[in-house]
Write a protein of this length. Structure first.
Length: 319
């Protein structure tokens, strides 16, 4: 049987999912996590390598003589040197669109938390402040109603469209900046340029892949065009924003709040300027991680490998 090595299986499956579908395809060795320095050692006899965040560099690929297939346990595949794999005729596959609903849901969880600060107000009640209040009601932050507000979406792919549908259901006006407006027209959504999106939106939500062209495109200049009452949301890629500029905008009160599920480096450094900034909510890259989404991801990883083994490879990113 073929040898299958999962370099970092814990994030996908900390124990609540079954590896049985994968084990039916070969001899499977699963590591919780694998640092780059140990990739070759652990995958030296592997025909198949599956990775989420463990890096497969050109050097590592060159030192794995039996390697025939690399499956990325994610949508993004920047952890693999796909050109080096292509030079060896090793297909690299990914899993698109498994977490659309989960990411859209977390996006609005961040938006709604900024609108109502439910966590902070719950903590205040738990601390006894309501019990000792002179009034029947109190609030520590401005409470924001979404109906009639403008939601600006950067990137109207599948996730962006899912977020747009939720925004429309809340009675929001939805505008979007998108590479392919002619291809991805959506009822209720008006396409605008990037400057207009940031200037007019009460909530700006990022849903675009990161590239060299848009790295840290959310910078001081763009942030200064936003309404002082506006929120910025990022559940896409941390590198899309200049973190120092966003931290400064929060400190100066140039925007009202920020909700992030991603940072430029994960886990973040303890001195990341955003941690501890005012009016910010940061979750630890959990948008993708509902049980349902991870189940779909694992099933598609198995399906991708089964398709390759049967001679009909799918979701290949380095053809």
């Amino acid at each position: 049987m073929i040898n299958i090595v999962v370099l970092d299986g814990y994030a996908l499956n900390p124990g609540d999912l079954s590896w049985d579908g994968l084990k039916a395809l070969g001899n499977v060795t699963i590591y919780d996590r694998t640092p780059e320095a140990q990739v070759v050692e652990r995958a030296i006899d592997a025909d198949i390598v599956l990775t989420n965040k463990s890096i497969l560099s050109a050097e590592s690929i060159a030192r794995l003589p039996q390697l025939k297939y690399i499956g990325v346990i994610a949508t993004g595949y920047n952890v693999v040197n796909i050109e080096a794999a292509k030079a060896r005729n090793i297909p690299v596959t990914n899993v698109p669109a498994y977490s659309t609903s989960a990411v859209a849901q977390l996006t609005f969880a961040l938006i709604l938390e900024l609108c109502h600060r439910t966590g902070a107000h719950s903590d205040a009640v738990r601390a006894g402040r309501w019990a000792s209040s002179k009034d029947f009601s109190f609030w520590d932050f401005p409470l924001v109603e979404l109906e009639g507000k403008t939601l600006g979406i950067v990137g109207l792919g599948q996730i962006g469209q899912a977020v747009a549908r939720i925004g429309l259901a809340f009675g929001m006006k939805v505008i979007a900046h998108h590479k392919h407006p002619e291809r991805d027209q959506m009822e209720g959504v008006t396409f605008v340029d990037l400057a207009t999106c940031f200037k007019e939106a009460d909530v700006v939500s990022l849903h675009t892949p990161m590239s060299a062209a848009n790295k840290e495109f959310v910078n001081a200049a763009l942030l200064h065009t936003m309404k002082r009452t506006a929120f910025l949301i990022n559940t896409s890629r941390g590198g899309l924003i200049n973190e120092a500029d966003v931290a400064a905008a929060l400190q100066e009160g140039r925007i009202a709040g920020v909700g992030l599920d991603v940072l430029s480096t994960e886990p973040p450094a303890v001195d990341n300027p955003l941690i501890g900034s005012p009016n910010i909510i940061i979750t630890p890259h959990i948008a993708w991680a509902t049980s349902a989404a991870r189940g779909r991801l694992l099933n598609k990883v198995v399906e991708n490998l089964a398709a390759f083994l049967s001679g009909r490879a799918q979701n290949v990113v380095n053809k």
